[in-house]
Structures are given as C-alpha cells and as structure tokens.
Design a protein around this ligand. Structure first.
Ligand code: G
Ligand code: G
Ligand code: MN
Ligand code: NA
Length: 243
C-alpha cells in the first residue's frame, strides 16, 4: 500500500536513477556499451531493485511515464560518454502495448542529441506474444530511426524461435540461466551466425564461462565478471578501466 503510494510520487521527487552494466564485444575485445538498469532510491527503504517495483508500476499504469524517464535519462547520460559507446534500455511490454514508444524514443533522441544507432532497446518475448501487429510495426519504425532492437532473456519463453522469424532483431541475449549450458550457448550462437544476428551471453560470472561463450561463438558478453551494474558517476572510470 505504502509502496504504491510512494511510487506514484517517486518520479516527481526525482528518486529514480540508472545503474549501468558494461557490454563487451568478444571478437573485437573491447567495451562497446552499457545496459541501463533502473533503481529507486527511496528515502526510507534505500535502493529498491526493479523486480520490487516494476511489476507494481505496471499495475498502477505508471510504467509508460517511468519508461519515458528512463529513455531520456539513458540517452542524456550516454551522449556524454567518451567514444561512440551504445546504451541499452529495457522496454516493458506495456510501453509497446500503449503504442507511444516510437514517439518517446524520437523525443529522447531529439532532445539529447544521441544518434539513433547508439541506442538499443531490449524487448522480452512477452511483448510480442500479445501482438496484434502493432508491436512489429513499432519495432520496424524504431529500426527506421537507426535504433537497434534486442530480444532479451532468450530461451526462457516458450516461443523464442517463433519470435525470431517475426522480426529482424539486431541482437539476441541468451538468458543468464544458460550461462553454464554449453549445448544451448553453442546452438543459439550458431543460429545467430546463420541469421546474421549478434548474440550476447548474459550472466557471465567466471573466466571459464567467458572463455566458453567466446569459443562457442557468442559475439558479446555481459555479467558480473566484467562488472556489476554501477551508478552513472562510476561509468567514466569503468570506461578508462576497459581501455
Ligand atoms: O537491475 P536488475 O539486474 O536487478 O534488473 C532486474 C530486472 O528489471 C531485469 O529483468 C531488468 O530487465 C528489469 N529492468 C531493469 N531496468 C529496467 C527499466 O528501466 N525498465 C524496465 N521495464 N525493466 C527494467
Ligand atoms: O532481464 P535482464 O537481462 O534485463 O536483467 C538484467 C539483470 O541481470 C539485472 O538484474 C542484473 O543485475 C542481473 N545480472 C547482470 N549480470 C549478472 C550476473 O553475472 N549474474 C547474475 N546472477 N545476475 C546478473
Ligand atoms: Mn535486459
Ligand atoms: Na536478459
């Protein structure tokens, strides 16, 4: 109850912030961008993780306005990073269902000056399941802006392969629950290679996993081994560390 009440005010009070986790290009052996991950800095509760409040925000109908804040904030912070690093933003299914995502992305790019190709949107397949055609249409319009579209948490749903045929995703992110499953990593990497889709291994926590996902053909990796998500202020230091 109390959480719901506070959540309604959080945006106006400026209590949200973005943490960033590095995304690493394996073949080129370099940092290429960061995934933005929202946190709620609540005065009494401390740092609230998204799993605690995103579902509530969805129920309360707050997710589109929070999502628009995330888009703007991520683009505004990324445009100041050194190099042409990309920023990946998670998009809730409700943002696509609302039909306002394309306008929100265009506005974020226009007001911050971030180039479209530096923005990646991470979509889960649940966003595509309910699609009446309008989701694919929006994703197509986003690609026309140069924005990249990734299929997130790949393998956890029950129709992942079907979703790959419905839209030309730029990237597939293998869910972190498969980080140790060589057969799955190898098969999805091979699928990506034959379809010309970049494949990210998520949840890479050990050097052995990193070697394996590289060897099996993933193009990119993300996980605690490289870095946990860090506050925006620590991003420049991380960029230096990866140079
Ligand atoms: O940040 P963490 O690793 O705890 O993220 C937990 C979950 O919350 C992940 O599924 C992630 O995709 C989701 N998440 C993080 N930030 C955002 C955001 O800005 N918008 C939406 N819709 N989901 C997010
Ligand atoms: O659903 P999505 O892939 O957007 O979620 C990202 C989530 O994964 C965030 O909660 C992030 O903190 C978490 N995460 C990122 N790297 C690792 C990792 O190496 N191990 C684990 N257990 N979680 C990770
Ligand atoms: Mn994600
Ligand atoms: Na994911």
């Amino acid at each position: 109850q109390r959480l719901e009440f506070d959540l309604r005010a959080a945006l106006a009070l400026g209590e949200f912030e973005l943490f960033y986790q590095p995304q690493f290009h394996l073949a080129e052996n370099r940092l290429y961008g960061f995934e933005a991950l929202i946190r709620w800095r609540h005065p009494g509760r401390g740092l609230v993780p998204p799993d605690r409040f995103i579902p509530v925000a969805e129920e309360l109908g707050l997710i589109t306005s929070i999502g628009e804040w995330v888009l703007h904030q991520a683009c505004a912070e990324a445009v100041r990073w050194e190099g042409e690093l990309s920023v990946a933003v998670n998009v809730a299914p409700a943002q696509l269902a609302a039909g306002t995502l394309v306008a929100a992305v265009r506005k974020a790019l226009d007001t911050t000056g971030l180039a479209g190709p530096r923005l990646e949107l991470e979509i889960t397949e649940s966003a595509l399941l309910a699609d009446d055609g309008s989701t694919i249409e929006q994703l197509t319009a986003l690609k026309a802006l140069g924005v990249k579209v990734s299929l997130d948490d790949f393998g956890t749903g029950y129709s992942s392969l079907t979703q790959l045929r419905r839209f030309a995703f730029d990237k597939v992110k293998i869910d972190r629950s498969f980080a140790d499953d060589t057969a799955v990593v190898r098969t999805v990497a091979a699928l990506g290679a034959s379809l010309g889709i970049r494949i990210t291994a998520e949840g890479v926590e050990t050097a052995a996993q990193m070697r394996r996902v590289h060897q099996e053909g993933c193009t990119e990796a993300q996980g605690y081994l490289l870095s946990r998500p860090v506050p925006a202020g620590e991003v420049p230091g991380l960029i230096d560390r990866f140079r």
